[in-house]
Design a protein around this ligand. Structure first.
Ligand SMILES: [Zn+2]
Length: 236
């Protein structure tokens, strides 16, 4: 039997009684498991098998297969406001889905797990959502090996500097010279992304960057974020 701190990334019904779940565990990374009888008997996991619950999961391995069997859950912390407030729920779901598509299977990433839990906790505590989500995107992209180049030009390597633009395809900032012929460039400032005070004042700009890095994530993982629809429709 194995055990680890974990959060639920995804849950889908399997037959009448079970769920197939994806967990982000602190010690083993992203894993898939059967939660037997979780659907038919809510008692089994006591309503804890939900997003935004930080729990300790115990599971068994199945010889020869990569699916595990979830045995039980013990609650550590519940991020209740994320379940009750629609907007926080959407941001929390976006973060959860982003983490899921960025993580490879069964590859431990403790720093990213800690960033995930800390970010959900801060979101739950009522901190300004968008600067937090943007910091989460940059942190998880970098920790999962997809980090965009923010300061050096992704094309020629010189400092991106004034007049820089961001190219999703090229994987980061482009200096004014290299940006001249590039497609998809949007005006970009690496300095802005480091200035928390400035971000609190210019939330509209923060939202633009969230949309940019959401598209960046989809492009480079070649996976779709379902919750990006909500992000794309948001206006300030
Ligand atoms: Zn350049």
């Amino acid at each position: 039997m194995k055990s680890s701190e974990a959060l639920l990334l995804r849950k889908r019904p399997y037959g009448d009684a079970d769920y197939v779940i994806t967990l982000f565990t602190k010690e083993f990374g992203k894993i898939s498991a059967f939660a037997k009888n979780a659907k038919s008997s809510r008692k089994r996991f006591g309503g804890r098998l939900e997003p935004f619950v930080h729990f300790r999961a115990r599971f068994r391995e199945r010889p020869g297969g990569d699916m595990k069997f979830l045995e039980d859950l013990e609650t550590i912390e519940v991020f209740r406001h994320l379940m009750e407030d629609l907007e926080l729920f959407m941001w929390g779901s976006f973060m959860t889905e982003s983490a899921e598509i960025l993580l490879p299977k069964e590859s431990p990433n403790e720093d990213m797990f800690n960033l995930f839990v800390d970010s959900l906790r801060e979101l739950n505590s009522g901190k300004s959502a968008m600067p937090l989500v943007l910091a989460f995107q940059l942190g998880t992209l970098s920790l999962s090996g997809y980090g965009p180049s923010l300061d050096a030009c992704a094309e020629c390597g010189k400092e991106a500097g004034t007049g820089a633009r961001f190219s999703i395809k090229k994987g980061g900032a482009l200096c004014a010279e290299c940006a001249a012929g590039a497609e998809n460039g949007i005006a970009f400032s690496g300095d802005f992304l480091r200035d928390k005070e400035l971000m609190e004042i210019h939330l509209g700009k923060v939202l633009k960057y969230i949309k940019l890095f959401s598209r960046f994530t989809e492009y480079h993982t070649e996976k779709k974020l379902n919750s990006s629809k909500f992000i794309e429709e948001l206006k300030i």
